[in-house]
Ligand binder design. Structure first.
Ligand SMILES: [Zn+2]
Length: 239
């Protein structure tokens, strides 16, 4: 059976509450990567997700391409959002156990990549335990060594919001693709994937219920969403 970790990027939005309720109903532990701009707009939704046991990670403050920024700007993007997340957890009355980071667009900072990895490591960010991922390309590209959390399967469902002919059927095709051009097959037997989907209001406007329909389809195909684990969660993090 195919297994997957669910990661949800770019929230919180007005849909985050309903997505959270859906995940509870399906007993799925997700990681939601919030940006600062969205957190400011949808604070109640963010707190709701935290209180309902979603693990919330840092997805930068303004969602820039990190390779277009200086190192200082990259770090301030991360730290500003760390402050937001700390406040959210505090307000939610929930202990923050993990500090996880995902680069917007998976852009790891170009020339600053090594410096940023060092920063994440020295600042105590938690590394997702990816030792069950077995795709050779994941190791060949060094993703297993990075502190930030990348992904192995992308639904590309955000393309729905461009209204340029990309349809739900295209997503289904991608899910069933056994030799994808990018990433890994989702439905191959005995694979573990880090799955990426987005919480986008524009996408919901283009195709209502896209999020639930995709996840329900994947569940119907027998994919089991499993609990993420992190390497060395440190007790000094947040009390
Ligand atoms: Zn993003």
């Amino acid at each position: 059976m195919s297994k997957a970790y669910l990661t949800i990027d770019d929230g919180p939005t007005k849909n985050t509450k309903s997505i959270t309720d859906f995940l509870i109903k399906k007993n799925i532990q997700s990681i939601m990567f919030f940006t600062g701009i969205q957190t400011i707009k949808n604070r109640k939704e963010a707190i709701y997700a935290i209180q309902k046991n979603c693990i919330v990670g840092n997805h930068s403050f303004t969602h820039p391409h990190f390779s277009e920024l200086d190192l200082d700007e990259c770090i301030s993007e991360i730290e500003l959002q760390e402050e937001q997340l700390n406040l959210l957890y505090k307000e939610a009355g929930i202990q923050r156990r993990y500090r996880i980071f995902r680069f917007p667009y998976g852009d790891k900072g170009g020339k600053n990549k090594d410096a940023l990895q060092k920063y994440l490591k020295n600042s105590g960010f938690n590394k997702f335990n990816d030792n069950k991922i077995t795709f050779p390309w994941y190791y060949e590209s060094g993703l297993n060594k990075d502190i930030d959390l990348y992904w192995t399967f992308d639904f590309f469902e955000y393309k729905l919001e461009y209204n340029n002919g990309f349809t739900f059927e295209d997503i289904i095709k991608e899910i069933n693709e056994m030799n994808p051009k990018e990433g890994a097959p989702l439905l191959a037997p005995d694979v573990y994937n880090i799955v990426l989907i987005h919480d986008h209001e524009k996408c919901e406007k283009s195709l209502q219920n896209y999020f639930y329909d995709i996840i329900n389809y994947v569940l119907d195909q027998g994919v089991e969403f499993i609990k993420p684990e992190f390497i060395k969660p440190r007790s000094w993090l947040y009390i």
